[in-house]
Design a protein around this ligand. Structure first.
Ligand code: HGY
Ligand code: MN
Ligand code: MN
Length: 433
């Protein structure tokens, strides 16, 4: 563990109910109560990273990301929790640590472009508030508790999702990460340096992982399952295998008016065929396949495109089905490229196999919550990356609209508070006895 430790003491005697600046009715309504503190934290976050289209754009290592990180540090400081930023840019706020057997909880603060308010931040806000709940109670934690914010979960800027957790777990080579380039040509290494972080410190952190006994990620549900079940909070069973593939079609730029149709080498036509094929393959295999990010060069109305890069996001209930979808898209792309005289190249940019969350930990969560519906998800999460190294589990909070990765993402305050209380019960069961 090599993080820069600000004010770290590791003094377990601090793990009592002492709450710097936090008094009054901690768990219920009223001025110092849970609802008021949730509202205050949420209102402050709501002013950060807002975009002109009515959502949030908090891309990794951007100015908005820096403000989100500053918010995290302030919340930790208000609770007397020492903060470290590890070599992979993940933030850890420690209550009593770090030392062995810690229980970590949190999520991420970055977003997709024009994302919603909840995907990521709800898990971090709930983690801080759950720590407040524990500290306000009469229970004495026997294990350190860490509130964590993983860096660049969405991969919206550099293309690889769960960057901070992948690097920590050795699932992404640091040299490959440093060389990733954003749409403006800035490498991850340059972006980190511009944000004051040292890209030379990227890399596996087995010692940190070995110091954790569990990781619990609370997250807004990204679909409608809990609405349909009439439940406020659910538990994750598994994450579908998923990944991102870059499809590059190279043709020839030429005049849109004067170039005869038989003379064209138009990569847009090959891409159009493939976008339709992705949908067909997804239907055939009970999967999901999406083209939503496309780069066109030179991107002019009156010039045939020279090049189209399109990113396939594909997910399926099992790895064989996922393989079939990607193979189907790749085969169709090859045929369409040949028919239109363009070159085609497919490259995998990230892949996460099936994740089944730890059965014992899930059982402990279910017991702590007195039962909660269990559901799989087709969304990726840092908990899914950590699960290969640390017992991991997830709590889902009902999403009123069922929409995610959009400003329409929504959860009621009552449901968010139910999530905080559920997380506090889980942390109580795991860190206090
Ligand atoms: O894209 C995903 O599955 C996640 O929301 N990051
Ligand atoms: Mn997301
Ligand atoms: Mn998320």
């Amino acid at each position: 563990m090599t993080g820069d430790m600000t004010g770290m003491t590791g003094d377990m005697t601090r793990m009592t109910g002492d709450m710097t600046g936090k008094t009054g009715d901690m768990t219920g309504g009223g001025p110092g109560g849970l609802r008021a503190r949730f509202d205050g934290m949420w209102a402050e976050l709501g002013r950060t990273g807002r975009d002109a289209a009515g959502g949030y754009s908090r891309l990794a290592w951007s100015a908005a990301d820096a403000r989100m990180r500053q918010w995290f540090r302030s919340e930790a400081a208000a609770r007397g929790m020492a903060v470290e930023q590890d070599g992979n840019g993940n933030l850890w706020a420690w209550w009593g640590g770090p030392c062995g057997g810690a229980v970590a909880t949190g999520s991420h603060l970055d977003s997709v472009p024009n994302g919603g308010a909840f995907d990521g931040p709800l898990g971090v806000v709930s983690a801080f508030l759950a720590v407040d709940e524990l500290r306000a109670g009469a229970r004495s934690p026997r294990r350190p508790v860490a509130v964590v914010c993983f860096s660049d979960e969405e991969g919206a800027r550099f293309g690889v999702a769960c960057m901070g957790s992948r690097l920590t777990c050795g699932a992404l080579a640091p040299d490959a990460a440093r060389a990733l380039v954003d749409a403006g040509g800035t490498t991850l290494a340059e972006a980190m340096r511009q944000a004051g972080a040292d890209p030379g410190r990227l890399g596996p952190d087995p010692e940190r992982l070995a110091g954790l006994s569990a990781f619990i990620e609370l997250h807004i549900e990204q679909g409608r399952a809990l609405v349909d079940l009439g439940a406020t909070v659910g538990l994750a069973t598994a994450i579908w295998p998923h990944g991102r593939w870059r499809c590059s079609f190279r043709g020839e730029a030429n005049h849109a008016g004067t170039t005869l149709l038989p003379d064209r080498r138009d990569p847009m036509l090959a891409f159009a065929v493939v976008a339709i094929e992705a949908r067909r393959a997804a239907e055939q295999y009970g999967a999901r396949a999406t083209f939503a990010k496309v780069g066109v060069q030179p991107n002019a109305t009156n010039a045939i495109a020279a090049r189209v890069d399109a990113w396939l996001d594909a997910r399926a209930p099992d790895e064989e089905a996922l393989h079939q979808v990607v193979a189907g898209v790749s085969d169709a792309a090859g045929r369409a490229a040949a028919a239109h005289g363009v070159d085609f190249h497919l490259s995998q940019e990230s892949f996460t196999g099936t994740v089944v969350f730890d059965g014992d930990l899930r059982a402990r969560l279910a017991e702590a919550l007195g039962g909660a519906p269990e559901l799989p998800t087709a969304a990726g999460h840092d908990a899914g990356i950590l699960a290969a190294h640390v017992p991991a589990a997830m709590l889902f909070v009902r999403n009123a609209t069922g929409v995610s990765h959009s400003p329409a993402e929504s959860a009621t305050v009552d449901d968010c508070l139910a999530g905080v209380r559920a997380l506090a019960r889980v942390l109580d069961a795991l860190a206090c006895w």
